[in-house]
Write a protein that binds this ligand. Structure first.
Ligand SMILES: *[C@@H]1O[C@H](CO)[C@@H](O)[C@H](O)[C@H]1NC(C)=O
Length: 381
Protein backbone atom coordinates (compact mmCIF):
# COMPACT_ATOMS: atom_id res chain seq x y z
CA UNK A 1 0.00 0.00 0.00
CA UNK A 2 2.71 2.41 0.99
CA UNK A 3 4.61 1.48 -2.14
CA UNK A 4 1.73 2.24 -4.50
CA UNK A 5 0.95 5.56 -2.74
CA UNK A 6 4.47 6.79 -3.26
CA UNK A 7 4.30 5.69 -6.89
CA UNK A 8 1.14 7.72 -7.26
CA UNK A 9 2.73 10.83 -5.70
CA UNK A 10 5.72 10.42 -7.95
CA UNK A 11 3.37 10.30 -10.93
CA UNK A 12 1.55 13.44 -9.77
CA UNK A 13 4.83 15.30 -9.30
CA UNK A 14 6.01 14.19 -12.73
CA UNK A 15 2.78 15.38 -14.34
CA UNK A 16 2.89 18.75 -12.57
CA UNK A 17 6.47 19.38 -13.63
CA UNK A 18 5.67 18.43 -17.23
CA UNK A 19 2.76 20.87 -17.31
CA UNK A 20 4.87 23.67 -15.85
CA UNK A 21 7.74 23.00 -18.21
CA UNK A 22 5.89 23.61 -21.49
CA UNK A 23 7.90 26.13 -23.41
CA UNK A 24 8.85 27.27 -26.85
CA UNK A 25 10.68 24.71 -28.98
CA UNK A 26 13.80 25.92 -30.73
CA UNK A 27 14.48 29.54 -31.54
CA UNK A 28 13.69 31.90 -34.36
CA UNK A 29 16.14 31.95 -37.22
CA UNK A 30 16.62 34.86 -39.54
CA UNK A 31 15.29 38.34 -39.07
CA UNK A 32 13.34 37.72 -35.83
CA UNK A 33 16.26 35.93 -34.19
CA UNK A 34 16.32 36.80 -30.49
CA UNK A 35 12.53 37.08 -30.04
CA UNK A 36 11.49 35.91 -26.57
CA UNK A 37 7.70 36.42 -26.44
CA UNK A 38 6.40 35.93 -22.91
CA UNK A 39 9.83 34.66 -21.83
CA UNK A 40 9.76 32.66 -18.60
CA UNK A 41 6.36 33.89 -17.42
CA UNK A 42 4.36 31.12 -15.73
CA UNK A 43 2.21 29.41 -18.33
CA UNK A 44 -1.51 30.17 -18.28
CA UNK A 45 -4.13 27.82 -19.72
CA UNK A 46 -7.22 29.74 -20.89
CA UNK A 47 -10.45 27.81 -20.65
CA UNK A 48 -12.91 30.08 -22.46
CA UNK A 49 -12.65 32.27 -25.56
CA UNK A 50 -12.99 35.34 -23.31
CA UNK A 51 -10.02 34.25 -21.22
CA UNK A 52 -7.98 33.70 -24.36
CA UNK A 53 -8.85 37.16 -25.68
CA UNK A 54 -8.00 38.72 -22.32
CA UNK A 55 -4.61 36.98 -21.97
CA UNK A 56 -3.60 37.87 -25.53
CA UNK A 57 -4.57 41.50 -25.23
CA UNK A 58 -3.50 42.51 -21.72
CA UNK A 59 -0.25 44.22 -20.82
CA UNK A 60 1.40 41.32 -18.97
CA UNK A 61 4.17 39.25 -20.53
CA UNK A 62 2.51 35.86 -20.93
CA UNK A 63 3.02 32.30 -22.05
CA UNK A 64 -0.47 31.22 -23.11
CA UNK A 65 -0.97 27.52 -23.72
CA UNK A 66 -3.79 26.22 -25.89
CA UNK A 67 -4.75 22.67 -24.96
CA UNK A 68 -7.94 22.49 -27.01
CA UNK A 69 -9.87 24.21 -29.81
CA UNK A 70 -11.18 27.68 -29.03
CA UNK A 71 -14.20 28.03 -31.28
CA UNK A 72 -15.34 31.59 -31.90
CA UNK A 73 -17.98 30.62 -34.46
CA UNK A 74 -21.28 32.28 -33.55
CA UNK A 75 -19.81 34.20 -30.61
CA UNK A 76 -20.42 37.59 -32.25
CA UNK A 77 -23.50 36.72 -34.28
CA UNK A 78 -23.99 36.58 -38.02
CA UNK A 79 -24.67 39.17 -40.71
CA UNK A 80 -26.93 38.86 -43.73
CA UNK A 81 -26.26 41.50 -46.35
CA UNK A 82 -25.84 42.19 -50.02
CA UNK A 83 -22.40 41.38 -51.36
CA UNK A 84 -21.07 40.69 -54.83
CA UNK A 85 -19.83 37.92 -57.09
CA UNK A 86 -16.70 39.23 -58.87
CA UNK A 87 -15.76 35.74 -60.08
CA UNK A 88 -19.26 34.53 -60.85
CA UNK A 89 -21.79 32.53 -58.91
CA UNK A 90 -20.47 29.05 -59.68
CA UNK A 91 -20.55 26.72 -56.70
CA UNK A 92 -16.75 26.73 -56.38
CA UNK A 93 -16.38 30.51 -56.53
CA UNK A 94 -15.83 32.75 -53.55
CA UNK A 95 -18.31 35.57 -53.13
CA UNK A 96 -17.35 38.92 -51.60
CA UNK A 97 -18.65 40.74 -48.56
CA UNK A 98 -19.16 44.45 -49.28
CA UNK A 99 -16.61 45.35 -46.60
CA UNK A 100 -15.63 49.02 -46.69
CA UNK A 101 -17.84 49.35 -49.78
CA UNK A 102 -15.39 47.20 -51.73
CA UNK A 103 -18.07 45.79 -54.01
CA UNK A 104 -19.58 49.21 -54.56
CA UNK A 105 -16.26 50.94 -55.24
CA UNK A 106 -14.23 48.30 -57.07
CA UNK A 107 -16.58 45.64 -58.36
CA UNK A 108 -19.53 47.73 -59.53
CA UNK A 109 -20.03 45.46 -62.54
CA UNK A 110 -20.17 42.30 -60.45
CA UNK A 111 -23.60 40.77 -59.83
CA UNK A 112 -25.11 41.46 -56.40
CA UNK A 113 -25.67 38.43 -54.21
CA UNK A 114 -26.85 37.74 -50.68
CA UNK A 115 -24.11 36.85 -48.26
CA UNK A 116 -24.41 35.48 -44.74
CA UNK A 117 -21.28 35.29 -42.66
CA UNK A 118 -20.03 34.84 -39.15
CA UNK A 119 -19.04 38.17 -37.60
CA UNK A 120 -16.26 36.74 -35.42
CA UNK A 121 -14.21 35.80 -38.47
CA UNK A 122 -13.96 39.29 -39.87
CA UNK A 123 -11.62 40.77 -37.24
CA UNK A 124 -8.84 38.91 -35.45
CA UNK A 125 -7.97 38.83 -31.75
CA UNK A 126 -5.61 41.63 -30.71
CA UNK A 127 -2.23 40.33 -29.59
CA UNK A 128 -0.24 42.69 -27.38
CA UNK A 129 3.54 42.76 -26.81
CA UNK A 130 5.58 40.10 -25.02
CA UNK A 131 3.31 37.11 -25.61
CA UNK A 132 3.99 33.51 -26.41
CA UNK A 133 0.98 31.62 -27.76
CA UNK A 134 1.78 27.95 -27.70
CA UNK A 135 -0.26 24.91 -28.67
CA UNK A 136 0.04 21.74 -26.61
CA UNK A 137 0.78 18.61 -28.65
CA UNK A 138 -1.59 18.64 -31.57
CA UNK A 139 -4.53 20.16 -29.68
CA UNK A 140 -3.99 23.94 -29.84
CA UNK A 141 -6.43 25.51 -32.27
CA UNK A 142 -8.43 28.66 -32.85
CA UNK A 143 -11.49 28.28 -35.04
CA UNK A 144 -13.52 31.06 -36.62
CA UNK A 145 -11.22 33.95 -35.71
CA UNK A 146 -7.67 35.04 -36.49
CA UNK A 147 -4.92 36.97 -34.71
CA UNK A 148 -3.90 40.63 -35.12
CA UNK A 149 -0.48 41.94 -34.16
CA UNK A 150 -0.82 45.68 -34.74
CA UNK A 151 -0.29 49.20 -33.43
CA UNK A 152 3.21 48.94 -32.04
CA UNK A 153 3.11 45.40 -30.64
CA UNK A 154 6.46 43.63 -30.46
CA UNK A 155 8.21 40.51 -29.24
CA UNK A 156 5.61 37.86 -30.00
CA UNK A 157 5.86 34.13 -30.63
CA UNK A 158 3.03 32.03 -32.06
CA UNK A 159 3.96 28.36 -32.17
CA UNK A 160 2.18 25.09 -32.85
CA UNK A 161 -1.31 26.50 -33.32
CA UNK A 162 -3.94 25.88 -36.02
CA UNK A 163 -6.15 28.75 -37.19
CA UNK A 164 -9.06 27.58 -39.30
CA UNK A 165 -12.50 28.22 -40.76
CA UNK A 166 -12.79 31.98 -41.18
CA UNK A 167 -15.79 32.31 -43.52
CA UNK A 168 -13.94 30.52 -46.31
CA UNK A 169 -16.70 31.13 -48.84
CA UNK A 170 -16.25 34.92 -48.63
CA UNK A 171 -13.53 37.33 -49.57
CA UNK A 172 -13.22 39.74 -46.63
CA UNK A 173 -14.44 36.92 -44.42
CA UNK A 174 -11.28 37.19 -42.33
CA UNK A 175 -7.47 36.97 -42.28
CA UNK A 176 -5.80 34.27 -40.20
CA UNK A 177 -2.79 36.33 -39.04
CA UNK A 178 -2.48 40.09 -39.54
CA UNK A 179 0.65 42.11 -38.80
CA UNK A 180 0.71 45.88 -39.17
CA UNK A 181 3.07 48.23 -37.34
CA UNK A 182 4.96 45.71 -35.23
CA UNK A 183 8.41 44.28 -34.66
CA UNK A 184 10.02 40.96 -33.72
CA UNK A 185 7.32 38.44 -34.51
CA UNK A 186 7.93 34.71 -34.93
CA UNK A 187 5.19 32.55 -36.43
CA UNK A 188 6.27 28.91 -36.25
CA UNK A 189 4.59 25.56 -36.86
CA UNK A 190 1.25 27.26 -37.49
CA UNK A 191 -1.38 25.68 -39.73
CA UNK A 192 -3.89 27.90 -41.50
CA UNK A 193 -6.78 26.38 -43.42
CA UNK A 194 -10.14 27.42 -44.89
CA UNK A 195 -9.63 31.17 -44.61
CA UNK A 196 -11.74 33.87 -46.31
CA UNK A 197 -9.01 36.32 -47.16
CA UNK A 198 -5.25 36.19 -46.43
CA UNK A 199 -3.63 33.35 -44.56
CA UNK A 200 -0.91 35.80 -43.47
CA UNK A 201 -0.97 39.53 -44.20
CA UNK A 202 1.56 42.21 -43.36
CA UNK A 203 -0.09 45.59 -43.77
CA UNK A 204 1.26 48.82 -45.18
CA UNK A 205 2.94 50.11 -42.03
CA UNK A 206 6.38 48.88 -40.91
CA UNK A 207 6.45 45.33 -39.63
CA UNK A 208 10.22 45.36 -39.10
CA UNK A 209 11.63 41.92 -38.21
CA UNK A 210 9.49 38.84 -38.85
CA UNK A 211 10.21 35.12 -39.18
CA UNK A 212 7.61 32.74 -40.58
CA UNK A 213 8.90 29.19 -40.26
CA UNK A 214 7.66 25.62 -40.48
CA UNK A 215 4.10 26.75 -41.20
CA UNK A 216 1.54 24.88 -43.25
CA UNK A 217 -0.42 27.20 -45.50
CA UNK A 218 -3.20 24.90 -46.62
CA UNK A 219 -5.00 26.47 -49.57
CA UNK A 220 -7.44 23.67 -50.24
CA UNK A 221 -10.95 25.11 -50.12
CA UNK A 222 -14.43 24.51 -51.46
CA UNK A 223 -14.61 28.20 -52.48
CA UNK A 224 -11.93 30.11 -54.28
CA UNK A 225 -11.47 33.36 -56.21
CA UNK A 226 -10.17 31.17 -59.03
CA UNK A 227 -13.22 28.88 -58.66
CA UNK A 228 -10.99 25.80 -58.77
CA UNK A 229 -10.54 24.73 -55.15
CA UNK A 230 -7.19 26.56 -54.90
CA UNK A 231 -7.14 29.54 -52.52
CA UNK A 232 -5.90 32.76 -54.12
CA UNK A 233 -5.14 34.87 -51.05
CA UNK A 234 -2.06 33.21 -49.54
CA UNK A 235 0.60 35.47 -48.03
CA UNK A 236 0.65 39.23 -48.55
CA UNK A 237 3.84 41.02 -47.57
CA UNK A 238 3.43 44.76 -47.83
CA UNK A 239 4.85 47.40 -45.55
CA UNK A 240 7.10 50.40 -45.36
CA UNK A 241 10.06 48.74 -43.66
CA UNK A 242 9.66 44.98 -43.47
CA UNK A 243 12.20 42.20 -43.29
CA UNK A 244 10.67 38.75 -43.51
CA UNK A 245 12.34 35.37 -43.28
CA UNK A 246 10.24 32.50 -44.63
CA UNK A 247 11.90 29.18 -43.91
CA UNK A 248 10.69 25.58 -43.94
CA UNK A 249 7.10 26.43 -44.81
CA UNK A 250 4.75 24.20 -46.77
CA UNK A 251 2.65 26.27 -49.16
CA UNK A 252 0.05 23.98 -50.60
CA UNK A 253 -2.77 24.21 -53.10
CA UNK A 254 -2.90 27.98 -53.62
CA UNK A 255 -3.51 29.92 -56.83
CA UNK A 256 -2.04 33.38 -56.17
CA UNK A 257 -0.26 35.77 -53.81
CA UNK A 258 1.83 33.07 -52.23
CA UNK A 259 3.46 35.44 -51.48
CA UNK A 260 2.77 38.88 -52.90
CA UNK A 261 5.71 41.14 -51.95
CA UNK A 262 5.81 44.92 -52.28
CA UNK A 263 6.01 48.24 -50.43
CA UNK A 264 9.47 48.16 -48.92
CA UNK A 265 9.88 44.50 -48.05
CA UNK A 266 13.01 42.39 -47.98
CA UNK A 267 12.04 38.72 -48.19
CA UNK A 268 14.40 35.83 -47.62
CA UNK A 269 12.58 32.69 -48.79
CA UNK A 270 14.72 29.70 -47.94
CA UNK A 271 14.09 25.95 -47.87
CA UNK A 272 10.34 26.23 -48.34
CA UNK A 273 8.25 23.75 -50.29
CA UNK A 274 5.65 25.00 -52.72
CA UNK A 275 3.41 22.24 -53.98
CA UNK A 276 0.48 22.23 -56.38
CA UNK A 277 -0.48 25.75 -57.39
CA UNK A 278 -2.90 26.48 -60.23
CA UNK A 279 -1.86 30.13 -60.68
CA UNK A 280 1.20 31.91 -59.38
CA UNK A 281 3.36 31.67 -56.27
CA UNK A 282 5.38 34.92 -56.15
CA UNK A 283 3.97 38.27 -57.20
CA UNK A 284 6.64 40.94 -56.79
CA UNK A 285 5.51 44.55 -56.93
CA UNK A 286 7.47 47.75 -56.63
CA UNK A 287 9.60 47.79 -53.46
CA UNK A 288 9.71 44.01 -53.10
CA UNK A 289 13.24 42.61 -52.72
CA UNK A 290 13.26 38.83 -52.85
CA UNK A 291 16.05 36.33 -52.34
CA UNK A 292 14.73 32.82 -52.96
CA UNK A 293 17.17 29.97 -52.37
CA UNK A 294 17.12 26.29 -51.51
CA UNK A 295 13.37 26.03 -52.09
CA UNK A 296 11.45 23.36 -53.97
CA UNK A 297 8.70 24.21 -56.44
CA UNK A 298 6.61 21.27 -57.53
CA UNK A 299 3.62 21.66 -59.88
CA UNK A 300 3.63 25.45 -59.65
CA UNK A 301 2.10 26.86 -62.84
CA UNK A 302 3.82 30.27 -62.57
CA UNK A 303 6.53 30.41 -59.91
CA UNK A 304 6.53 34.18 -60.37
CA UNK A 305 3.91 36.29 -62.06
CA UNK A 306 4.95 38.69 -64.83
CA UNK A 307 5.88 41.45 -64.74
CA UNK A 308 8.31 41.59 -61.84
CA UNK A 309 8.32 45.20 -60.66
CA UNK A 310 10.62 44.65 -57.69
CA UNK A 311 13.97 42.89 -57.45
CA UNK A 312 14.54 39.14 -57.45
CA UNK A 313 17.57 36.92 -57.02
CA UNK A 314 16.69 33.29 -57.67
CA UNK A 315 20.10 31.83 -56.89
CA UNK A 316 20.42 30.43 -60.43
CA UNK A 317 23.73 28.58 -60.39
CA UNK A 318 26.84 27.99 -58.31
CA UNK A 319 28.88 30.70 -59.92
CA UNK A 320 26.17 33.38 -59.62
CA UNK A 321 25.47 32.23 -56.05
CA UNK A 322 28.96 33.21 -54.92
CA UNK A 323 27.65 36.79 -54.93
CA UNK A 324 25.84 35.95 -51.67
CA UNK A 325 29.10 35.36 -49.80
CA UNK A 326 29.97 39.02 -49.27
CA UNK A 327 26.63 39.81 -47.63
CA UNK A 328 25.26 36.56 -46.18
CA UNK A 329 28.61 35.08 -45.22
CA UNK A 330 28.02 32.04 -47.43
CA UNK A 331 27.10 31.15 -50.98
CA UNK A 332 23.40 30.83 -51.79
CA UNK A 333 21.72 27.51 -52.62
CA UNK A 334 20.01 26.78 -55.93
CA UNK A 335 16.28 26.02 -55.94
CA UNK A 336 14.75 22.75 -57.15
CA UNK A 337 11.91 22.49 -59.66
CA UNK A 338 9.49 19.85 -60.87
CA UNK A 339 6.77 20.52 -63.47
CA UNK A 340 6.89 24.23 -62.71
CA UNK A 341 7.26 27.49 -64.61
CA UNK A 342 10.36 29.62 -65.09
CA UNK A 343 12.08 31.25 -62.13
CA UNK A 344 15.29 32.79 -63.28
CA UNK A 345 16.37 36.28 -62.36
CA UNK A 346 19.73 37.26 -60.96
CA UNK A 347 19.40 40.78 -59.62
CA UNK A 348 22.25 40.51 -57.12
CA UNK A 349 22.05 44.21 -56.23
CA UNK A 350 19.50 43.35 -53.51
CA UNK A 351 21.94 41.09 -51.68
CA UNK A 352 23.65 44.03 -49.96
CA UNK A 353 20.46 44.54 -47.96
CA UNK A 354 21.34 41.38 -46.00
CA UNK A 355 24.63 42.79 -44.76
CA UNK A 356 24.83 42.85 -40.96
CA UNK A 357 21.40 41.22 -40.54
CA UNK A 358 20.50 37.92 -38.90
CA UNK A 359 20.24 35.62 -41.90
CA UNK A 360 18.77 32.11 -41.77
CA UNK A 361 20.99 29.20 -42.78
CA UNK A 362 20.23 27.34 -46.00
CA UNK A 363 20.58 23.69 -46.90
CA UNK A 364 20.67 22.17 -50.35
CA UNK A 365 17.14 21.72 -51.70
CA UNK A 366 17.41 17.92 -51.90
CA UNK A 367 16.10 17.29 -48.36
CA UNK A 368 13.46 19.99 -48.40
CA UNK A 369 10.43 17.93 -49.47
CA UNK A 370 10.94 15.24 -46.85
CA UNK A 371 11.82 17.61 -44.04
CA UNK A 372 9.05 20.11 -44.75
CA UNK A 373 6.31 17.52 -45.16
CA UNK A 374 7.39 15.86 -41.90
CA UNK A 375 7.80 19.06 -39.86
CA UNK A 376 5.55 21.83 -41.11
CA UNK A 377 2.38 22.84 -39.36
CA UNK A 378 0.67 22.48 -36.01
CA UNK A 379 1.25 19.16 -34.26
CA UNK A 380 4.65 18.64 -35.90
CA UNK A 381 7.00 20.22 -33.38
C1 LIG B 1 24.71 31.64 -63.98
O1 LIG B 1 23.71 32.63 -63.87
C2 LIG B 1 24.09 33.88 -64.38
C3 LIG B 1 22.99 34.87 -64.04
O2 LIG B 1 21.76 34.44 -64.58
C4 LIG B 1 24.34 33.77 -65.88
O3 LIG B 1 24.73 35.02 -66.40
C5 LIG B 1 25.41 32.75 -66.13
O4 LIG B 1 25.56 32.53 -67.51
C6 LIG B 1 25.08 31.43 -65.44
N1 LIG B 1 26.23 30.55 -65.52
C7 LIG B 1 26.12 29.30 -65.91
C8 LIG B 1 27.38 28.52 -65.87
O5 LIG B 1 25.06 28.80 -66.27
Amino acid sequence: MKYSTSLLSAAVVAFASTAAAISVSGAAEGFAQGVTGGGDATAVYPDTIDELVSYLGDSEPRVIVLSKTFDFTGSEGTSSETGCAPWGTGSGCQLAINANDWCTNYEADAPSVSVEYDNAGTLGITVASDKTLLGEGSSGAIKGKGLRIVSGASNIIIQNVAITDLNPQYVWGGDAITLNECDMVWIDHVTTARIGRQHIVLGTQADNRVTISNCYIDGESDWSATCDGYHYWGIYLDGSNDMVTMKGNYIFHTSGRSPKVQGNTLLHAVNNYWYDNSGHAFEIGSGGYVLAEGNVFQNIAAVVESPIDGALFTAPNDSANQACSSYLGRACEVNGFGSSGEFNQADDSLLSKFEGKNVAAATAYGDVVSSVTANAGQGHL
